[in-house]
Design a protein around this ligand. Structure first.
Ligand code: GLV
Ligand code: MG
Length: 346
């Protein structure tokens, strides 16, 4: 076992010191771009103004014959664009694929100083994080990269879910985690072909009362996993996210899935289609009415202790902390989006 004192020691001589605190950044949507498509790359300078994170996807959905072009396209777009306060991430291929090593070596060598986060798919356990952690430290040292590149794991295998706590705490390089419902469904042999969202057959039936028709209540297939992921991330001080929602024609269902994740503690979700950017922005920015109420709580309890009644509702130290989460998030949103800032009165 690694000794606590060594947890923050750089893993290579000349690599930057690991971060003690994660950077405070707005990451409501991680927007996926297929970097081998020139038309899509051309849209990136515009996208940078609309989204919180731009991610160049190299893994699933990129055809095998386009893997090298996607990697080269990502490097080209990373060099060409000024990302400002918008995050620049890439999703590399899985560690057991023939492309992962070159993904990391070439990208870090070419644009490692601009890259914020590497998203690592199909993470089964902390050993996957340790491998990438060590490799990144070696490359950071070789290329004199001053700021550590963070790792974001996708939780999308049954083994990964079993090991979620160890993954979350594997390294100070851990940024967070996203639920990958498509691969996870396959890994668990769940009987669904959907990418996220509910299923009409996953429901409970109301009890039988004589001949009365029985109501059916659809349940959330992802509740258990999101709860487990949020607890693992919150305990380790890293960030939980919902991943993809595949039915682009069903904005309402996408919004419902994103909102459930938000309410349970997630900070953002993936946007795979331009229409999902606005959905994520709405859902993962706190509701102005909630912010107004949170402001009342903070104002009524300046030192965060004791108990007061506001609008008939009991407030104490715990609700003060809940209010603080909302206000801190609202401030981040307001800094990026003055229109929302005005609605929050911040
Ligand atoms: C995402 O990668 C998923 O498998 O859902
Ligand atoms: Mg996947």
């Amino acid at each position: 076992m690694k000794l606590p004192r060594q947890f923050f020691t750089p893993l290579a001589i000349g690599a930057p010191a690991p971060m003690r605190e994660l950077p405070v950044r707005l990451e409501r949507m991680i927007h996926f771009v297929p970097p081998h498509v020139e038309k899509m790359r051309a849209k990136v300078p515009d996208l940078v103004r609309q989204v919180d994170v731009v991610l160049g996807n190299l893994e699933d959905a990129i055809p095998v014959e386009a893997k090298s072009a996607a990697r080269a396209g990502f490097i080209e777009m990373a060099k060409a664009v000024d990302f400002g306060a918008t995050g620049l991430w890439t999703r590399i291929n899985a560690l057991n694929s023939p492309w992962a090593l070159d993904d990391v070596i070439e990208i870090v060598g070419a644009v490692g100083h601009k890259l914020d986060v590497i998203m690592l798919p199909k993470v089964d356990g902390p050993w996957d994080i340790h491998y990438l952690d060590q490799l990144l430290a070696q490359l950071e040292a070789r290329h004199k990269i001053a700021r550590p590149i963070l790792i974001h794991a996708i939780l999308e295998t049954a083994q990964g879910v079993n090991n979620v706590e160890a993954i979350a705490a594997a390294s100070p390089r851990m940024h967070g985690m996203s639920l990958g419902p498509a691969d996870l469904a396959a890994s668990r042999a769940m009987k669904t072909t959907r990418v996220g969202g509910g299923h009409p057959d996953y429901k409970v039936l109301a009890d039988r009362y004589g001949e009365q028709p029985r109501a059916a209540f659809q349940q959330d297939l992802w509740h258990y996993t999101i709860g487990k992921m949020v607890d693992a991330c919150a305990a380790a001080g890293i960030k939980p996210f919902y991943g993809p929602f595949g039915d682009f024609s069903d904005a309402a269902a996408c919004e419902a899935q994103f909102r459930n994740a938000f309410l349970m503690g997630c900070l953002g979700a993936w946007s795979l289609h331009p229409s999902q950017i606005a959905i994520a922005k709405t859902v993962f920015s706190p509701d102005p009415a909630e912010v107004a109420f949170a402001k009342k709580i903070l104002a009524a309890m300046p030192d965060g202790a004791g108990a007061v009644m506001i609008d008939g509702k009991m407030q104490d130290d715990a609700t003060w902390k809940q209010a603080k989460v909302l206000i801190d998030l609202a401030r981040l949103v307001a800094a990026k989006d003055p229109q929302m800032g005005a609605r929050y009165g911040l």
